[in-house]
Design a protein around this ligand. Structure first.
Ligand code: GDP
Ligand code: IMO
Ligand code: MG
Length: 429
């Protein structure tokens, strides 16, 4: 049974959490394959809100196996806290429902300290990271000095590696970033406490996942962030430190690319972005404020207000092309109710040239002019709609136009945060 990848097609926060939770009803295994607790995936089930930073969004379905793959970076303090919060609410009743890769890299306190100190130093030119230590942890992984989850269980080796890293990071923090050094013994003692709390979950997730696939299990590979935050294909350097395209799912989860059969791209019916960097369709006026208020566009992880703007078909088209997205899940259509007219960016103008896909270079982003098309809005509430035919004619027209502009059909249209506030157009997984 092949796997389905779910990715964000914009700058993150498209509603991946809601859609993965829906799809997980018909899945056996849900795997996060990259990123860390920079992600905040929100699920609203029976009126109760759950924000997941690390644990995959299948966790509210008892019996689903939730995995954190080798491509994820794990802050043990956050993971332990998340497991305990879920358990206190009756979820994750059995240890075997959560599997954590022994190959995943750890985020340790010095990663957070460096992330935040660098951002302070960059001042006005800061990336606007989540401050969770994501970049510095991936740097160590690539420099081959990182410490992995499995290393926690080799106490002598862990102590040695940690001591070496703390020494080097303290030199960096003090010498280059003007920060206070961190205490090795304190980091060691805290890590020792997490070791026992995490032990029941740590395993070779790749081997278990490949066996699950061979056994015909239905697998969802849950992306974090979004295509435009991809370290190679996004608006570099205003990106995160991992690949967010569907191509990253195989490596990050530890499955062959051919195991992936379907790619679902999540797209918000408008656009948001948190942090710095280019955003051609951004609305800095009252309409942007309205989208933020009506869409409750505040970061699930950091609480920061999200920048809001019109739907950008150039961006989503690029995600479709790069990840071979088969079907879209279009979210938050309800938030556009009452805005008339609506605009959609269909292309960019760059010095007289029409671009249907984004430019590769960072500089060009500053010189683009979005080209808009106007569509009439609607005033009727979408609350009761369960089929496309239930939508007001102009909402239907808006959805149809987005699909034709990005070149793939929407399999699902979301009109609210709850599970049942969903129009299922066709089978998704
Ligand atoms: P993710 O990071 O992609 O999982 O998205 P976030 O959870 O960060 O942000 C999406 C927000 O929109 C969450 O608060 C969801 O509960 C909410 N949401 C998801 N789908 C819809 C929808 O169709 N309509 C509305 N109004 N809210 C939605
Ligand atoms: P989910 O999975 C939106 C953004 C940060 C910043 C940039 C780099 O909830 O969609 P980092 O801490 O990763 O080094 O920050 O990436 N960012 C996100 N924006 N949603 C996310 O995750 C994000 N994860 C990182 O705001 O601009
Ligand atoms: Mg989010």
């Amino acid at each position: 049974m092949p796997a389905t990848v779910i990715i964000g097609t914009q700058w993150g926060d498209e509603g991946k959490g809601k859609v993965v939770d829906l799809l997980a009803a018909d899945a056996d295994v849900v795997v996060r394959f990259h990123g860390g607790n920079n992600a905040g995936h929100t699920l609203v089930v029976n009126g109760e809100k759950t924000v997941l930073n690390l644990v995959p969004a299948g966790v509210l379905h008892p019996g689903r196996i939730c995995m954190l793959g080798p491509g994820v970076v794990i802050d043990p303090e956050i993971l332990v806290g998340e497991i305990e919060a879920l358990r206190a609410r009756g979820y994750l009743a059995e240890d075997r429902w959560l599997r954590v890769s022994d190959q995943a890299h750890l985020i340790l306190p010095y990663h957070r300290a460096i992330d935040n100190a660098r951002e302070r130093m960059r001042g006005a030119g800061s990336i606007g990271t989540t401050g969770r230590g994501i970049g510095p942890a991936y740097e160590d992984k690539m420099a081959r000095t990182g410490i992995r989850v499995g290393d926690l269980f080799d106490e002598v080796g862990f102590r040695e590696a940690l001591e070496r890293n703390v020494r080097e990071k303290n030199a960096h923090l003090q010498g280059l970033l003007g920060e206070a050094p961190l205490a090795f013994e304190e980091i060691l003692a805290r890590a020792a406490a997490y070791r026992e709390r995490l032990r029941p979950f740590v395993t070779d997730t790749g081997a278990e996942l490949r066996a699950a696939l061979a056994g015909g299990r239905r697998v969802l590979l849950e992306g974090a962030q979004g295509m435009m935050l991809d370290v190679d294909h996004g608006t570099y350097p205003f990106v995160t430190s991992s690949n967010c395209v569907a191509g990253a799912a195989a490596a990050g989860a530890g499955v062959p690319p051919r195991a992936i059969e379907r790619v679902v791209g999540i797209a918000k019916a408008y656009t948001t972005r948190v942090g710095g960097g280019p955003f051609p369709t951004e609305l800095t006026d009252a309409l942007g404020d309205r989208l933020r208020a009506d869409g409750d566009e505040y970061g699930a992880t950091t609480g920061r207000p999200r920048r809001c703007g019109w739907f950008d078909a150039v961006v989503v088209r690029q995600a479709v092309v790069l990840s071979a997205v088969d079907q879209l899940a279009l979210t938050k259509l309800d938030v556009l109710t009452g805005i008339d007219p609506l605009r959609i960016c269909t292309a960019y103008d760059l010095a007289g040239r029409r671009l249907e896909l984004p430019p590769a270079g960072g500089r060009a982003w500053e010189r683009l002019t979005p080209q808009y098309e106007e569509l009439p809005g609607w005033r009727e509430s979408l609350a009761g709609a369960r089929t496309l035919d239930d939508l007001p004619a102009n909402a239907r027209r808006y959805v149809d136009r987005l699909q034709s502009l990005v070149g793939v059909p929407a399999a699902l249209v979301s009109i609210g945060a709850q599970r049942d506030q969903t129009i299922r157009v066709r089978a998704l997984s």
